[in-house]
Ligand binder design. Structure first.
Ligand code: XBP
Ligand code: MG
Length: 268
């Protein structure tokens, strides 16, 4: 897929911020996605349990359906049904319903600095987008549960789930989002938490700020623009692990504009 962009939209300034979801906006994997998978297995009468460590290994496979199918084929091949794809679809539909209920009923928080940066970017006229592997309904519900009704409309493009055939680490979902925005990667920053996500965004040519989670902390982040503990808050500096260091202990639009000015020419 070629990224076709509209030259009229690219005036050399920073235009858009593109966010991954799971791990980046909120730490959803261990206590929400994992729990939802396990409940779906139980509801389907299966005795499969993904403990915290097992799930950490399975996270290398991006996408819930892909993860279930991988597990069937490699971890419980003796229990594989005649049609593993059909069972995968059934389990994943159950899992999505359970995950949405968990989001609606639980107290999920965005990671430090996320709500602040989104609000600031929105007020400052930046365009916002999502590039994720997870299911579209999961994104909308997470945004509404954390930022309020209608918050998904803050994002001009939500590239999610099966919008592209190849999930991260393939760059396809980022290319899809850039194409919808009509922007070249040099007009944007991406935000990721994982090695797979970083390979996808860098593969699409995007400068990427990585905020790892406990699950992804030991992954390979070479090629990241900046690696930070989180996006920071005015009263709580982020820790700097590599790449560009934010001047005031947090990522705000002034910092992103300054970094853009320093580095955009080299990308063009
Ligand atoms: C993270 C993932 C997702 C979720 C499960 O995606 O790998 O697959 O674990 O979501 P990202 P689904 O960090 O790109 O948001 O079950 O809906 O696929
Ligand atoms: Mg992620």
């Amino acid at each position: 897929m070629n990224t076709l962009f509209d030259p009229d939209l690219d005036d050399g300034l920073l235009q858009a911020l593109i966010f991954d979801v799971d791990g980046t906006l909120a730490d959803t994997e261990r206590d929400l996605h994992r729990v939802a998978f396990n409940r779906a297995f139980r509801q389907a009468g299966l005795d499969w349990t993904w403990d915290v460590a097992t799930y950490g290994r399975l996270l290398n496979v991006a996408g819930g359906k892909e993860r279930i199918l991988h597990y069937i084929n490699t971890c419980v091949p003796h229990q594989a049904p005649a049609d593993p794809e059909a069972l995968t679809r059934e389990l994943h539909a159950l899992k999505t319903d359970i995950y949405l209920d968990l989001l609606r009923s639980g107290e999920i928080a965005l990671r430090p600095g996320v709500a602040r940066l989104l609000r600031e970017a929105r007020n400052g006229g930046f365009r916002l987008a999502i590039a994720t592997t997870t299911t579209y309904a999961n994104v909308v519900t997470l945004l509404q549960a954390t930022l309020g009704d209608g918050a998904h409309k803050w994002f001009e493009v939500i590239g999610a789930g099966d919008a592209v055939p190849n999930k991260k680490p393939a760059p396809d979902i980022y290319r899809y989002v850039l194409q919808k925005l009509g922007l070249p990667p040099s007009a944007c920053f991406a935000f990721e938490d994982s090695g797979n996500g970083l390979r996808a965004s860098v593969g699409a040519g995007l400068r990427t700020i990585v905020t790892p989670t406990v699950y992804t902390a030991r992954e390979d982040f070479s090629g990241a623009f900046s690696i930070l503990s989180d996006l920071g808050e005015p009263d709580s500096d982020c820790n700097h692990f590599g790449g560009y260091r934010p001047q005031h202990g947090m990522i705000d639009t002034a910092q992103l504009d300054a970094w853009h000015e320093q580095t955009a020419a080299a990308l063009a």
